[in-house]
Ligand binder design. Structure first.
Ligand code: HXC
Length: 281
């Protein structure tokens, strides 16, 4: 029944060439930017500080699939409220779960849809990004934060550990010592410290962070989509590959762009001092 509902929604989403106009329970979706080429997902479970219950994550997955398949969209922004990006996985939902259930049903495994997105995804974080909320932000490609944002992996306080990549991505983002301290104590990191440590790329006043993330999305959406997708794939591959392997992948991707129209368009436009008109092919 749930699968049928999901399939129907995804097919509906794909049928529209612009933003999905579906109404969701836990999120709001729109397209943003002058050219409506930035997909926008707002987590909208305000009272529970956007705790990431399974239906909410299913909705995010559906919305992202819609933006991924919409050729007009060149980047996606995910945000929450001023008080919370997301305060973690839903503790109420998890409280009485038993091992056989979480193991056999691969609880949380589906969250990896976020890291599989081809289009660049920007997290615009205000307030708390804790536990699964911090992990979702880190699965995005770029994090912009409001000056009152806090990041943390407080799972240790609940007798568990991060379960959606937090122990891995945090080390890569801020180094072992800081990551270890946060994961072992549950201590939060301010937006300012997160910027210094490299977790966040820029910090803005609370009311500006979403707008700035959309502006960034518009800039990225204005690039050749095929080049942007390859650039994203190469940067993300750096997490898993040796330098030699990563360089080889990059070189092959670079070479393959010479089989695309946009390489000729971009280089010709530069030499003719014109703006390129990308074909995304
Ligand atoms: C379910 C949550 C929640 C969560 C907050 N709420 N976080 N519900 N799951 N993760 C609910 C509260 O129960 C409360 O509901 C309402 O949101 C407001 O929260 P308060 O605690 O009253 O607000 P405040 O005093 O301002 O404290 C904010 C807070 C605190 C510091 C963020 O809520 C907090 O510590 N939350 C839990 C953070 C956490 O441990 N996250 C990790 C979860 S585990 P009512 O109904 O009382 O108003 C996790 C595992 C990840 O993420 C594994 C892989 C994904």
């Amino acid at each position: 029944m749930l699968c049928q509902r999901l399939l129907t929604r995804v097919l509906q989403t794909r049928a529209f060439s612009t933003a999905p106009t579906l109404s969701y329970e836990y999120i709001i979706t729109e397209t943003k930017g002058e050219k409506n080429n930035v997909g926008f997902i707002k987590l909208n479970r305000f009272k529970a500080l956007n705790a990431l219950c399974s239906p909410l994550m299913t909705e995010v997955s559906e919305a992202l699939t819609g933006f991924e398949t919409d050729p007009k969209i060149g980047a996606v922004v995910i945000t929450g409220s001023d008080r919370a990006f997301a305060a973690g996985a839903d503790i109420g939902e998890m409280q009485n779960m038993e091992f056989p259930e979480v193991y056999t049903k691969q609880f949380l495994t589906k969250w990896s849809f976020l890291k599989q997105a081809r289009k660049p995804v920007i997290a615009a974080v205000n307030g708390f990004a804790l536990g699964g909320g911090c992990e979702v932000a880190m699965m995005c490609d770029i994090i912009y934060a409001g000056e009152k944002a806090f990041f943390g992996q407080p799972e240790i306080n609940l007798g568990v550990i991060p379960g959606a990549g937090g122990t891995q991505r945090l080390v890569r983002a801020i180094g072992k010592s800081k990551a270890m301290e946060m994961v072992l104590t549950g201590e939060k990191m301010s937006a300012q410290d997160a910027e210094k440590a490299g977790l966040v790329s820029k910090v803005f006043p609370v009311e500006e962070v979403v707008g700035e993330a959309i502006k960034l999305g518009e800039r990225i959406a204005g690039m050749s989509k095929v080049a942007a997708a390859m650039a994203k794939e190469c940067v993300n591959a750096a997490d898993n590959l040796s330098l030699d392997e990563g360089e080889r992948l990059e070189k092959r991707m670079f070479h393959s762009l010479f089989a695309c129209k946009d390489q000729k368009i971009g280089m010709t436009a530069f030499l003719e001092k014109k703006q390129p008109e990308w074909t995304d092919s």
